[in-house]
Design a protein around this ligand. Structure first.
Ligand code: OOG
Ligand code: MG
Length: 267
């Protein structure tokens, strides 16, 4: 049975409070074991409305759990989508503060990603090639995820309700046209370094087989609920490797073959 509208609203408000206060809570499925994936998306949507009410703007979307490494790390087995707003965007080379009053991180982790920027609206069932043809840009990226749940533990409906652990993201400065990369986009080497030491290695092939396939899957998820992916959207295709915890004083950099690198400093 679907969760009542009042309960959806209530959970969205509870989660939103934890986002704003930077405090953990017990996963919802602890209290509501029958929570469905659809309920999770409904709570997510209600939470985004609360962000919009505070003046945040939707600037894109993210796919998550699109790689085997991520599914294994989090113990779940299906790709998920979330929403990116303007407050989540941080600049390449900038400092990410562990006490940022807007982002209020709890136990943040970082993961290497590939991002797209769309030039045309996308909707319905599209192939990876069609999705890619609608993009004006592709770049290296990193996502900072920060589950609002205790110990970063959740089931699929929980993480959906929590906007797929979205906290912040950073795009590399050089944005290439997908055509400049051609076939190579499907298998670009990716390395994440902490304080100059390489710690995670991956390939864009780990992202749903091809990052553009992840983009097409996002369009399908949005279309299934009657939405489209607007032109000018930023899309994070999903982490290519597991994520690592952020530590004070750390410099984290991701280099992606054929794309510019991207870095942040943690304070
Ligand atoms: C969920 C978000 C996963 C990705 O790229 O796989 C994600 C989580 O791991 O907390 O953003
Ligand atoms: Mg991610």
């Amino acid at each position: 049975m679907a969760l009542e509208v009042a309960k959806v609203q209530q959970w969205a408000q509870t989660l939103d409070r934890h986002v704003r206060e930077g405090r953990e809570l017990k996963r919802i499925t602890h209290t509501v074991p029958g929570l469905t994936i659809q309920d999770g998306y409904r709570i997510q949507a209600a939470g985004i409305q609360l962000r919009l009410g505070r003046g945040e703007k939707i600037i894109g979307y993210k796919m998550g759990l699109t790689s085997q490494a991520k599914m294994k790390q989090m113990g779940v087995d299906s790709p998920i989508s979330g929403v990116l707003t303007d407050v989540m965007r941080i600049d390449d080379g900038s400092t990410y503060s562990l006490s940022d009053p807007k982002l209020r991180p709890i136990h943040p982790k970082i993961e290497p990603e590939i991002a797209f920027i769309t030039a045309r609206e996308l909707k319905g069932r599209v192939s990876a090639d069609e999705a890619l043809a609608a993009c004006e840009g592709v770049c290296a990226a990193m996502e900072i995820i920060d589950s609002r749940y205790l110990n970063f533990e959740f089931q699929l409906p929980d993480v959906l309700a929590d906007n797929t652990s979205a906290n912040a993201f950073v795009l590399g400065r050089t944005i290439k046209k997908p055509s400049e990369l051609g076939e190579a986009l499907g298998n670009l080497g990716m390395v994440l370094e902490a304080n100059g030491q390489p710690v995670l290695f991956g390939s864009s092939a780990a992202i749903y087989g091809h990052p553009a396939a992840s983009l097409a899957a996002l369009v399908e998820i949005l279309s299934a609920r009657g939405e489209s992916l607007p032109a000018g959207s930023i899309v994070l295709a999903g982490g290519a490797t597991a994520a690592i915890p952020l530590e004070r004083g750390q410099t984290v950099r991701t280099a992606v073959q054929d794309l510019s690198d991207v870095s942040i400093r943690v304070e």
